[in-house]
Write a protein that binds this ligand. Structure first.
Ligand code: SF4
Length: 226
């Protein structure tokens, strides 16, 4: 029997999830990690209480063809679903560009889908040695680093996003920024975290303009979002 694609939600129109592109975001179920600040806990299980049929998503996209430029697969961790590549091929065949949000939990699958993707939003959690403290999963830093190296070596356009959560020390933020700069990352966004009520959680680093200016020199493109 053909496997299903488990879709947990859709945002019809956004310009934020694939910068510079009017996009539809498809949130896929499932994530192997359990990050302390996760905002999409309802997407962590691959089996949703209710899944939107993929045919319905394709019908929605058909109506938006010529208006929406891109489809972004987000999650959860979209690479957890075995039918992701089929879904990517479906929307490419309709003429849409493809964006992918990932945390890099599945390097082999990432390598396999990358040639079919136009842009990647890659989440880096913290210094790779400290990943388990954030994701609660052993060796998550090893696979995330492997995936990031695959992305850097590819010709695919991307941005690395770091979500600054309340408990993160400024020194830990600077450490991971230096680490990814050394790896060759060129485009970075520091994102503000949101609390359960969807309010932005401020962090001292966002008031330190001199430090942010200094950090920006590590990258071709660096900015704050949130
Ligand atoms: S990787 Fe993303 S979806 Fe998965 S637990 Fe962490 S924040 Fe949540």
């Amino acid at each position: 029997m053909e496997k299903s694609l488990f879709v947990g939600g859709v945002v019809s129109l956004t310009t934020l999830d694939y910068p510079g592109h009017l996009s539809t975001v498809v949130f896929l179920q499932g994530c192997p990690w359990r990050c302390v600040y996760c905002h999409n806990r309802h997407l962590q299980s691959i089996l949703p209480t209710e899944s939107l049929p993929w045919e319905d998503i394709l019908n929605l996209l058909e109506i938006r063809r010529g208006f929406v430029e891109a489809v972004v697969f987000s999650g959860g961790e979209p690479l957890m679903q075995e039918r992701l590549l089929n879904a990517i091929e479906d929307v490419r065949a309709m003429g849409f560009k493809v964006g992918l949000h990932t945390s890099g939990a599945f390097p082999d699958r990432f390598k396999c889908v990358l040639p079919s993707v136009d842009w990647v939003g890659f989440d880096v959690k913290c210094s790779f040695n400290d990943y388990q403290k954030v994701t609660n999963i052993k060796d998550s830093g090893i696979v995330a680093l492997e995936s990031l190296n695959i992305l850097i070596a590819s010709k695919v356009d991307y941005e690395v996003r770091i979500t600054v959560f309340e408990e993160m020390d400024i020194s830990a933020i600077v450490e991971v920024l230096k680490e990814i700069s050394t790896l060759g990352v060129k485009t970075v966004v520091l994102q503000k975290c949101r609390d359960k009520g969807e309010s932005v959680v401020e962090h001292a680093i966002f008031s330190d303009k001199l430090l942010l200016e200094d950090i920006s020199k590590y990258f071709d493109s660096f900015h704050v979002r949130g």
